[in-house]
Design a protein around this ligand. Sequence first.
Ligand SMILES: Cc1ncc(COP(=O)(O)O)c(C=O)c1O
Length: 386
Amino acid sequence: MSEIITDFDAPPGRKGTCSLKWGKYEDSDVIPLWVADMDFKSPPAVLVQARVSAEHGNFGYGRPPATLIEKIVKRSEDLYNWVIDPSWVVWLPGMVCALNVACRALLEESSQAIIQTPIYPPFLSASKNFDMPLTKVPLILRGNRFSIDFDALAALETKPGDLFMLCHPHNPVGTLFNENELSLLTEWLLERSLYLCSDEIHCDLILDKELKHLPPASLDPRISDKSITLMAPSKTFNIAGFGCSFAIIENSNLRAKFKKAMQGIVPDPPAMGFLLADAAYQGGEPWRMELIDYLKGNRDYAMSQLVEMNGLTPYSPEATYLMWIDARNLPVSNPHKFFEENGVGLSDGRDFDAPGFLRLNLGCSRKLLTEALSRMGTACEKLSSK
Ligand SMILES: Cc1ncc(COP(=O)(O)O)c(C=O)c1O
């Protein structure tokens, strides 16, 4: 077997590979920096496992290896000091699916779902898919960091059993909620007797070394008792295409409701998903450290370029490989279309409940990012000189 080296500067070409991200602009000269997947190869440990599985040649139904569950339990204790029981883990083929299952499970108890906007689009649709009313509480900008608006939460009408859906770290604004914010949030949740569904898919993508991810459920057993915590190795190790995610649910009644809501409609992850997840957690750490450095370099480079562009205000993410940009001062009616016409395909803020904003995916080679930013800069200059 040849040695597998990850060179973040030279990711494989993805045109013609059934890639969602690249397929959108397959026949045009638009650089795709939209959907949240990265262009890099997965960690060597994952690629070795993928080769072993492909050579084995059987792709029948899967079940989770005990080693994977052990790793999840150990990671939880080592990283968050949160002792979880293996029986609390529920497997799912994806996180969007999990958000929908959470709403379905709590449909009868919750008179509303509460989310913080702007937000990853499936948070906007999950409760609506089950005709559960949705309440949006905008995040508040403090300095250049988006945070929880506790005054707005205090003023909110809630009923016991309502569902608060947290995105932590937050997509698209890149905030990693800190211990103080999470403590205040958990106090509020406990006072109101609300359920928490916390999507932590980006939890291993913390860009600043001094920051630490904390699952709210790890902070207080009373919150753990009301929580559905969602995690996955998919974003971090670039294995989202093999759908392997999990929910951690301590409360057995809540877990039973969640499983009932899945019954008959949610398949198990595929065997390859389990195996690659296990390999990622087992051997992906050195690669993840390199990835974080590379993404941080991309983030800082993108910030340095974008702050110079008239009409754009970028926000530096603490976590995730996604950068949120306020383009409301750009003298165009549709910033997303404007940049697409100028050769860069970003995510449209309208999909996140924030018209006039854009989201840029930093999970690409520095060279591609440089070219995309140069196109964006030239486009902005053209506008200023009009
Ligand atoms: C916060 C968040 N949750 C869920 C997902 C999607 O997860 P999955 O592909 O497992 O459905 C994403 C993908 O971008 C995300 O950013």
